[in-house]
Design a binder for this molecule. Structure first.
Ligand code: ASP
Length: 440
């Protein structure tokens, strides 16, 4: 018998009734032994996620704005006390929230505060299922630089082995300083993956509010096709590029162990969903492209210099300018006497762009340097592309027919993605044109 790990996202924990639906899903399959949960998310458009409320509380407590803090904390109280009423069980929410409020006001810290949504949600789910609550701080460990400790996996195996079934809060663990530390937003998916690896699950089910991974963003193309199966590599490319069904780092813990992930819909549990596996068995004749994703707001700094190709250390010098500022680059397309640095706009705010440009000029004396701001990067991803002649021709023909100007082109060395840079304003049209070419 295999072991399945289920992770329920924020919409699957949003209120007491949905939590009961999620619990039924767990109980419907005896292999579903370990459950990881997010904090209650949005119940309706315009609602606020508990995690966002907690971050707000933390800011208000830091500012010493007790009136605002109380108001926000009361909203959190109401969320959890209504859940308690909806599931119809005494769960001790009032006492737990009193304790949390006290700790926040005593300076327990931002990450501690943000993590309490998951903590309480896991307490609730454990009580509903009648199984053990295991705190994530018992095995999820971070290094001082914020990266995940390797020992996490052995610890997870050791701790979880003691329980036949358990519920674990997602999103956090223990930092090197002995305090609660969170992952980046959406990090509950990483926690689910850690648990799956710890117990060497046969499947990691990620329960969310969509029926799988779509070939592109449904806000851009109406009802795009759902991808039945994709590889870890394809998923990584797509989620990094903005397809946000799963956290882009969630595959790492399960990838080496070859544990498949299934994206499932809590609200349509019989839908097949999407399987994420080591190597997709999809026939590339069905479609050479697996999916398309795009991200806006990049800047390209392009340089031209005659004989750049023979100037040893040129690229190294240019990269040192951004490296010492802690700026990472997204892409580095180059020609014989040209190169461009494509950087997320976030890094270049408040005059940093000008500083970087000036320093590059002084350091490597380019013949020309120009800046193109507000570029969107659109990635077309699929293992099938490597072996299929004519894919890029189709892609660029589709873009030219749609009247889209391509500013930059980059093909990953694995030949499984082609990335184009277009104006931010063209991002949606670019994705639609590529989708229509390969999927319609
Ligand atoms: N609750 C956290 C967030 O909103 C983590 C998660 O849901 O995975 O980002």
């Amino acid at each position: 018998m295999g072991i399945k790990v289920c992770k329920f996202g924020g919409t699957s924990m949003a209120d007491g009734n949905v939590i009961l639906t999620a619990a039924k899903i767990v109980e419907a399959d005896s292999e579903r032994k370990y459950v990881v949960v997010s904090a209650p998310g949005k119940r309706f458009g315009g609602d606020i996620k508990v995690t966002d409320l907690l971050y707000k509380c933390s800011d208000e407590a830091d500012e010493g704005n007790t009136v605002a803090f109380e108001e926000t904390f009361n909203k959190i109280r109401n969320r959890f006390t209504s859940i308690e009423a909806e599931v119809g069980k005494a769960l001790g929410m009032k006492e737990a929230l009193d304790e949390i409020e006290k700790s926040i006001l005593q300076g327990a810290g931002r990450d501690y505060c943000a993590s309490r949504g998951e903590y309480l949600a896991a307490k609730i789910m454990a009580a509903v299922l009648g199984v053990a609550f295991v705190d994530a701080t018992e095995f999820v460990r971070f290094n001082a630089d914020g990266t995940l400790c390797e020992e996490t996996f052995d610890l997870a195996a050791k701790v979880l082995k003691q329980y036949d079934r358990a519920v674990i809060p997602g999103f956090y663990g223990l930092g090197a300083d002995g305090k609660v530390k969170t992952f980046s937003r959406g990090g509950g998916d990483i926690s689910g993956s850690i648990v799956a690896r710890g117990v060497m699950a046969s499947l990691y089910e990620n329960w969310t509010d969509v029926s799988g991974f779509y070939a592109c963003d449904p806000r851009i193309v109406n009802s795009p096709k759902c991808i039945p199966e994709l590889s870890y590599h394809e998923l990584r490319e797509l989620s990094y590029m903005g397809a946000n069904v799963l956290h882009s780092e969630a595959i790492f813990p399960v990838r080496n162990a070859g544990i498949p992930i299934r994206i499932c819909n809590t609200f349509r549990p019989t839908d097949e969903g999407t399987y994420i596996v080591k190597m997709s068995t999809r026939d590339i004749r069905d479609n050479v492209v697996t999916g398309i994703a795009g991200k806006k707001d990049f800047t390209a700094i392009s340089l031209e210099k005659s004989m750049m190709n023979s100037e040893v250390g040129f690229v190294g010098k240019v990269l040192s300018v951004i490296g010492k500022r802690g700026i990472s680059f997204e892409h580095l397309p180059s020609g014989i006497d040209t190169m461009s640095l494509v950087i997320d706009n976030e890094y270049l705010k408040n005059g940093v762009l000008q500083e970087v440009v000036d320093e590059i000029k002084t350091l490597v004396h380019p013949d020309k340097i120009y800046v193109h701001e507000n570029i969107a990067l659109v990635a077309t991803v699929g293992h099938g592309m490597a072996k299929n002649v004519g894919t890029s021709a189709r892609l660029f023909k589709a873009l030219s027919e749609a009247g889209i100007n391509v500013i930059m082109i980059d093909q990953g060395s694995s030949e499984m993605n082609i990335i184009v840079g277009v104006e931010n304003a063209d991002c949606g049209a670019c994705i639609s044109a590529i989708y229509n070419e390969f999927f319609n």
